[in-house]
Design a binder for this molecule. Structure first.
Ligand code: HEM
Length: 414
């Protein structure tokens, strides 16, 4: 079988391995860059028949233009990387207001985004730093004496869920529930039953939290949303639910994957690990390179009439995957794109997206990634993979490591 994009001048045969990319499949999850490199040569707007079918632009310029073309690629038609959309109907009943701003178009997008931005602004994010640092230290203290840990499960996975919990004002005891729901919604999105169970459980939980705050208000983002006024009126509860739900989903797996991928990188690249341990000046550049090289998030859009990507017509109703990770490996924009260059100076990566939906939580995500690495390197500057064959990755809308067994000298600072 071959995959060909219409109107692509240099289309050629595509080897069987690359015929139907599968975002959740082992091959793609293990080495997505191999797929992007292949498509860039033969069909830069590739197609797969899986999960209801989708198109995959891999060029930076095409991904950027598609994200900006909200008329032909609106978010209100659906943003899930799996279809078909009929499956989403039962889910719509659980989240009647959707999950704005991410699945909304203006004007709904504009005011729902505006409501959450203050909680993600640099000053607000700074107020979470102390708690995040203390959390990282507490996690490290839990395994440092053992000389080994799972840098994904014991560390990366534990951080964003608690930061988002604090933002929403939710008890830390619910962390495992949050992680389970988010995995059900993203990592197992192709399993309709599992996804719906997760959506139901998460929305029921958030509705009960909203009800509690209506009785006695608290100082957190859910209460802020309940009290927010839009055009002089209180916002409908379905939007409070949708926004809280989005922050939970958008803020956990994404950042856990970015922290985990960074841990994986330094555990398997001793030269870069040493540079981090010895050269504080390289940190800001290294963090951007980690975000570029291991970009976790692929979004989706569903095309409107008249849509095209760089001359490739996209039929109305077809799904397009917004592979920000693929854009970040485009040789037309990045020198040696498949090489991790720790002090890469030119780095206009799209890990956080582009256009009106650009990540609202990027300040928070960068802060978490930086502090997670700072605290780890301060305590454990020397570490390596225990056994590369035991590292596991998850894919789909968010790609990142799930298990990274590492070892380190027991003499590391306690
Ligand atoms: C490294 C971590 C993260 C990455 C790579 C990431 C990536 C992205 C991307 C690519 C988008 C664009 C979606 C689109 O175009 O449809 C997005 C949107 C969004 N992200 Fe993040 N994100 C991260 C962390 C966070 C965090 C910590 C939060 C906070 C809770 C957050 C909240 C949001 C929200 C609310 C949107 C929707 C913005 C809108 O539609 O206007 N993200 N993110």
């Amino acid at each position: 079988m071959t995959t060909q994009a219409p109107n692509t001048p240099d289309s050629t045969e595509v080897p069987e391995r690359f015929a139907n990319y599968d975002l959740f499949g082992e091959d793609y999850v293990g080495d997505p860059a191999a797929f992007w490199a292949q498509y860039r040569q033969s069909c830069p707007v590739a197609h797969s028949d899986l999960y209801g079918g989708s198109w995959l632009p891999v060029r930076y310029a095409d991904v950027q233009a598609t994200a900006r073309d909200i008329e032909h690629f609106p978010s209100g038609n659906g943003i899930s990387v799996v279809g078909p959309d009929e499956d989403a109907e039962e889910e719509d009943a659980l989240l009647p207001g959707g999950v704005p701003p991410i699945d909304a178009d203006p004007p709904l997008h504009t005011w729902t985004r505006k409501l959450i931005l203050p909680s993600m602004a640099p000053r607000a994010v700074q107020s979470y730093e102390q708690g995040t640092r203390a959390l990282c230290r507490r996690l490290i203290a839990g395994f440092i004496e053992q000389g080994q840990a799972d840098a994904a499960a014991d560390y990366a996975q534990q951080i964003p869920v608690r930061v988002i919990g604090a933002l929403l004002g939710v008890s830390e005891e619910r962390s495992d529930d949050f992680v389970g729901w988010v995995r059900g919604i993203l990592e197992f999105a192709y399993d309709k039953e599992r996804r719906q169970e997760a959506v139901l459980a998460a929305s029921e939980f958030l509705l009960s939290e909203i009800a509690k705050r209506k009785e006695s208000p608290t100082d957190d983002l859910i209460s802020d949303l309940i009290n927010a006024e839009v055009d002089g009126e209180q916002m409908d509860e379905m939007f409070v639910l949708g926004e809280a739900f989005l922050l939970m989903v958008a803020g956990i797996d994404t950042t856990w994957s970015a922290i985990g991928a960074s841990m994986f990188h330094f555990a398997s690249n001793p030269d870069d690990r040493k540079r981090m341990a010895e050269d504080p000046d390289v940190w800001p550049l290294a963090i951007e390179e980690l975000l570029r090289f291991y970009s976790p998030v692929t979004m989706a859009r569903v095309a409107e009439e008249g849509a095209h990507i760089n001359g490739c017509p996209i039929p109305a109703g077809d799904r397009v995957l917004m592979s920000f990770p693929a854009a970040n490996r485009d040789p037309e924009v990045f020198d040696q794109p498949d090489t991790f260059i720790i002090d890469r100076a030119q780095n206009r990566h799209l890990a956080f997206g582009v256009g009106i939906h650009r990540c609202a939580g990027s300040n928070l995500a960068r802060m978490e990634l930086r502090l997670a690495l700072e605290e780890w390197f301060a305590a454990i500057p020397e570490f390596e993979l225990a056994d590369p064959s035991t590292v596991t990755w998850a894919g789909g809308q968010v790609r990142g490591p799930r298990s990274i067994p590492v070892v380190f000298p027991r003499s590391a600072r306690a």
